[in-house]
Ligand binder design. Structure first.
Ligand SMILES: NC(=O)c1ccc[n+]([C@@H]2O[C@H](COP(=O)([O-])OP(=O)(O)OC[C@H]3O[C@@H](n4cnc5c(N)ncnc54)[C@H](OP(=O)(O)O)[C@@H]3O)[C@@H](O)[C@H]2O)c1
Length: 326
């Protein structure tokens, strides 16, 4: 009888140990890493990490002054004298420019081994208030920019039968949110791109990671905040604000271990586990844990959804009261 209890206790301990066992990590030392959107925020922090790991790093963005500043900063983090720290001013939404520049870049610095696309932006608001130009801007930078970078790099990676691709979604790649109708739609589209791409490139030893940052303290977040309706602000406050260095560290660790989703924090863990669906997995043990937690997490999610709904309802009542007074 005692033996049964020991076995019953040992099973979860063994499962937990298997779950916590770290995955083997690839090295980027001496490899060429390209970071699109590397002159600010999450991309800049990721570029610093890549330099610290001994990679040759090229940062891509549009504004040349910001690129020059970043290049100088990155050089201060070099770990050896041979390291190439490069910059390139390209608009990722211009496919021909991007493809030509990446090919030239490979001739100068060497074959690209890892491509991280962090270029993106959010504008919030109610769907009817967006201009057509704003909608196009959000689709172009958040979706087409990622698709174009993938289209330009995949043939090179396939030919060499190696590579790491990181796309940057958001928590709203997995759930809709008040005020994010356009941004969330295009970030959802990135999930479809990343999941399909994962299947296409896996036989070529190429990994795909979709980063899902929470609210992160970056210049991009500062501008996004200026456009947030009160409802979005109140709901976002629940999650707090994370440093870009933390997001970048997790993104780098997950990309180098070949994880599909990269997320930070407990709330993102709940959200990502709830939304795993048909997404790729690395180990069966992860699927076992996710399956065991799904029911409970769905109940927890109901509390979040209800609290968001009551914030929205309260704001609606306040707005109606103000408009009646007028
Ligand atoms: N910060 C957050 O709270 C948060 C949360 C979830 C997801 N995300 C996502 O994470 C990514 C990075 O966000 P962030 O807050 O770090 O942004 P950020 O501080 O605004 O940095 C964006 C970077 O992308 C570059 N960029 C923008 N448009 C570009 C274009 N057309 N071509 C080439 N480069 C371009 C910018 O440089 P130039 O302007 O000079 O081109 C800059 O280097 C975005 O995809 C964002 O949607 C952010």
């Amino acid at each position: 009888m005692e033996l049964i209890w020991i076995v019953l206790l040992l099973i979860p301990v063994i499962l937990l140990a298997l779950y916590l066992k770290p995955l083997p990590k690839k090295s980027i030392k001496g490899k060429h890493v390209v970071i699109i959107g590397g002159s600010s925020g999450i991309g800049k922090s990721t570029a610093i990490l890549a330099v610290k790991l001994g990679a040759h790093v090229t940062v891509i963005a549009r504004n040349i002054e910001k690129l020059e500043e970043t290049q100088q900063l990155l050089k201060t983090h070099s770990v050896n004298e041979d390291q190439v720290i490069n910059k390139l001013s390209v608009d990722v939404c211009n496919y021909e420019d991007l493809e030509n520049n990446l090919s030239e870049l490979e001739m100068v610095v060497g074959p690209i081994y890892m491509l991280v696309n962090c270029a993106g932006m959010a504008i919030c608001g109610n769907v009817e208030d967006f201009s057509l130009q704003q909608i196009k801007q959000l689709v172009d930078i958040n979706f087409l920019g990622s698709l174009y970078s993938v289209k330009a790099i995949v043939p090179k990676f396939k030919q060499r039968r190696e590579g790491i691709i990181v796309l940057t979604g958001s928590q709203v790649s997995l759930m809709g949110m008040y005020g994010y109708s356009i941004y969330s739609s295009v970030k959802f589209a990135l999930r479809g791109l990343a999941e399909s791409l994962y299947m296409e490139v896996k036989p070529f030893n190429i990994s795909v990671t979709l980063a899902l940052p929470p609210d992160t303290d970056t210049p991009g977040f500062e501008s996004e905040n200026k456009t947030k309706p009160i409802e979005t602000k109140l709901i976002s406050e629940v999650g707090g604000l994370v440093d870009p260095e933390v997001v970048a560290q997790k993104l780098m660790d997950d990309a180098l271990t070949g994880k599909f989703f990269s997320y930070v924090g407990f709330e993102s863990f709940i959200l990502t586990t709830l939304c795993t669906g048909m997404s790729p997995f690395n180990r069966m043990i992860d699927v076992v844990f996710e399956s065991a937690l799904l029911g409970l997490l769905r109940i927890i999610s109901a509390f979040y959804i209800s609290s968001f709904a009551s914030i929205i309802q309260k704001c609606h009542i306040d707005k109606e009261a103000v408009s009646k007074k007028k």
